[in-house]
Every structure is written in C-alpha cells, then in structure tokens.
Write a protein that binds this ligand. Structure first.
Ligand SMILES: Nc1nc2c(ncn2[C@@H]2O[C@H](COP(=O)(O)OP(=O)(O)O)[C@@H](O)[C@H]2O)c(=O)[nH]1
Ligand SMILES: [Mg+2]
Length: 169
C-alpha cells in the first residue's frame, strides 16, 4: 500500500523532464545558445563567448522552466561528428536546429544535414524549432556582436514549451 501511495505521490509531484537536442553544422552558434540559456535559467554562470571552444563530444545543460526540467544536449556539428547525432534521437523529445543566417555559403551544407535529421525514423513526430542565428541588423554590421538577446532566448523557450505541449498559446 505504501509503495502504491509513494508511486502516486511521485507521479503527481515529480517534475516532467524533456530532452532537447541542439543540432546544426559547426559554428552555427549551438554552444553559445546553450550557454545563454544556462546563464538565463540556472544559478550557474554560462561561459562567455570568448571561452567557448568547438564542441567535440557533448555539452549538457539542465534548466528548470515553469516546474519542468529541460535537459539540452548540444552536439558537435563538424561533418565527421554528425554521425553521432542519431544515437540521441530515440531519447530526444524535441530538436532545436541552429542555422548561421550570416553565412550563405554554408546554407547548402546546413540544409542537407537538416534533411538527414528529418528523414530519421527515430525523430518522426518530434517537434522541431529552427533558429536562424546571427541575424545582424545592417546598422550593426560594422560592429558584429552576439544578438541572442535575453528576449530572444525567452521567446525561443516559450515556443519550445508550446511545441512540447507544456504550455499552449
Ligand atoms: N555575431 C554573432 N556571433 C555568434 C552568435 N552566436 C554564436 N556566435 C559566434 O559564432 C562562433 C561559433 O559559435 P559556437 O557556439 O561555438 O558554434 P557551434 O559550433 O554551433 O557550437 C563563435 O565565434 C561565436 O561567438 C550570434 O548570435 N551572433
Ligand atoms: Mg559547439
């Protein structure tokens, strides 16, 4: 009887946990995005942009938003590392696909990597959020800077929570 009540109590009060994959080709801005989300939502400081190095394995970020645990998996995007992505698909609840909007010469590479992601059977039905990163306004072109503002991060997480069915718009 105790275990029945304990199970029910755990079910009612444990926080839901979702796994979110951050994918995209190298240098799209995936790790920068993760660090921004971390600095916004956890007590741990995110890494400043100048201390972010190319990702070889996996970066993990855990945050709590509105009583929900979000676990972000940021994977390396170099061509030789993309075959690892699919190992995470089965356990992923959603995908954020990051594109470097300031680099048209790599759009084709980014597109074909995304098409491969979309074709994979383990991701069928999983929500996809595409982030066109590094959109710099023309008046900022002479002073490129990180444009992932707090407002944009909040908007992105809001959309993600909607896609996951946690909030409805
Ligand atoms: N201007 C600008 N640069 C960015 C932005 N996000 C990332 N970067 C830069 O793009 C480079 C690659 O970023 P990184 O997060 O390592 O990309 P990843 O390989 O996809 O993880 C770094 O020099 C970042 O500082 C952004 O929103 N605006
Ligand atoms: Mg990275």
């Amino acid at each position: 009887m105790f275990s029945l009540f304990y199970g029910l109590w755990k079910y009612m009060f444990s926080k839901m946990e979702f796994h979110v994959l951050i994918l995209g080709i190298d240098k799209a801005g995936k790790t920068t995005l993760l660090e921004k989300v971390k600095s916004q939502y956890s007590i741990l400081e995110g890494l400043p942009p100048d201390r972010i190095v190319p990702t070889v394995g996996l970066n993990i970020g855990r945050v709590e938003v509105s009583n929900t645990k979000l676990v972000f998996w940021d994977l390396g995007g170099q061509a030789g590392l993309r075959s690892i992505w699919e190992k995470y698909y089965e356990e992923a609840h959603a995908v954020i696909y990051v594109i470097d909007a300031s680099c048209p010469s790599r759009f084709e590479d980014s597109k074909s990597a995304l098409e491969k992601v979309l074709r994979h059977e383990d991701l069928q039905g999983a929500p996809l959020l595409i982030l066109a990163n590094k959109q710099v306004h023309h008046f900022l072109l002479s002073h490129p800077r990180i444009v992932l503002t707090k407002r944009k991060i909040l908007k992105m997480l809001y959309q993600l929570m909607n896609l996951l069915g946690i909030w409805s718009s």
